[in-house]
Design a protein around this ligand. Structure first.
Ligand SMILES: C[S@@+](CC[C@H](N)C(=O)[O-])C[C@H]1O[C@@H](n2cnc3c(N)ncnc32)[C@H](O)[C@@H]1O
Length: 250
């Protein structure tokens, strides 16, 4: 590894996650059902894939190992992108394309570039308009028959328990974005480093994901709450920790 590449932090909390360099949440070291579907898709299609907000490349490398023909890895953080490049085994280096840029504003590809797109734990930092712009780009960038795989936090986690009544009240009030919570840090205990959480989060749910995928033109193949199965106990609650979906461009 070149000396210029920053060091990836060690995993914390019983090997559960690795904090990001840019304090944009964490890279979670477990595989949920929709991520596994993406990795299976990589192996079946051997296609050209895009991962937006790829962290340290945990899933980028797994997709390459699963048989992806090519993986475009996007990150907003140049140091993390350098880590992705340096961590990718040499046998896959000609199949990796690193794309630095803030999505959705500063990332562009030609129409119908990809067989599959994977994006985990980014939309819950976005407001509704940015999510809509993102899905419009995903739709345009996919080939017909291509699939988008979306994984995000739901509010149903022990660490976010004080936010659940806020979310459920916003559902009852028929808010368009019921998971949008303006002051998350105020509810995070000190030992979990509230300063590393963003001030605002937009917790996803299957209803919102389905509505927005349809709005962008996708057929929804799967959408649901899924369990967090990792080691970090405060990340668990009742099996609805993840809100995830797969959209098909017909
Ligand atoms: C919570 S981490 C998730 C990383 C990885 N997808 C995962 O699920 O383990 C969010 C990542 O998104 C990146 N990020 C934040 N805003 C971004 C943007 N607008 N465009 C691209 N990447 C972004 C951060 O640098 C960080 O690595």
């Amino acid at each position: 590894m070149s000396n210029d590449v920053p060091r990836m932090p060690d995993p914390v909390e019983n090997n559960s996650f690795i904090p990001t360099l840019d304090r944009q949440g964490a890279i979670w070291l477990y595989i949920d059902a929709i991520t596994q579907a993406y990795l299976d898709f990589a192996g079946q299609t051997k296609g050209t894939l895009l991962e937006v907000a790829a962290g340290y490349g945990h899933i980028v490398i797994k997709a390459l190992e699963a048989g992806a023909g090519k993986v475009f890895a996007n990150e907003i953080d140049a140091d993390q992108l350098a880590i992705i490049k340096s961590r990718t085994p040499a046998e896959y280096s000609d199949k990796l394309v690193c794309c630095l840029g803030q999505f959705p504003e500063h990332l562009e590809f030609s129409d119908a570039s990809f067989d599959g797109i994977y994006n985990a734990r980014l939309f819950h930092f976005f407001d509704g308009d940015r999510i809509r712009t993102s899905l419009t780009k995903f739709y345009r960038w996919l080939k017909p028959g291509g699939r988008v795989f979306l994984v995000n936090d739901a509010v149903y986690r022990t660490i976010f328990k004080p936010l659940i009544p806020v979310y459920e009240k916003q559902i009852a009030a028929a808010d368009e974005w019921p998971g949008f919570i303006a002051d998350v840090g105020a509810c995070i205990p000190e030992y979990l480093h509230p300063e590393t959480f963003p001030k605002t989060m937009n917790f996803m749910d299957p209803t919102v994901l389905t509505r927005e995928l349809n709005r962008a033109g996708f057929k929804v193949v799967m959408a649901g709450f899924y369990p967090y199965t990792g080691n970090f106990a405060p990340g668990r609650l009742d099996g609805r920790e993840i809100a995830a979906a797969i959209g098909l461009k017909e």
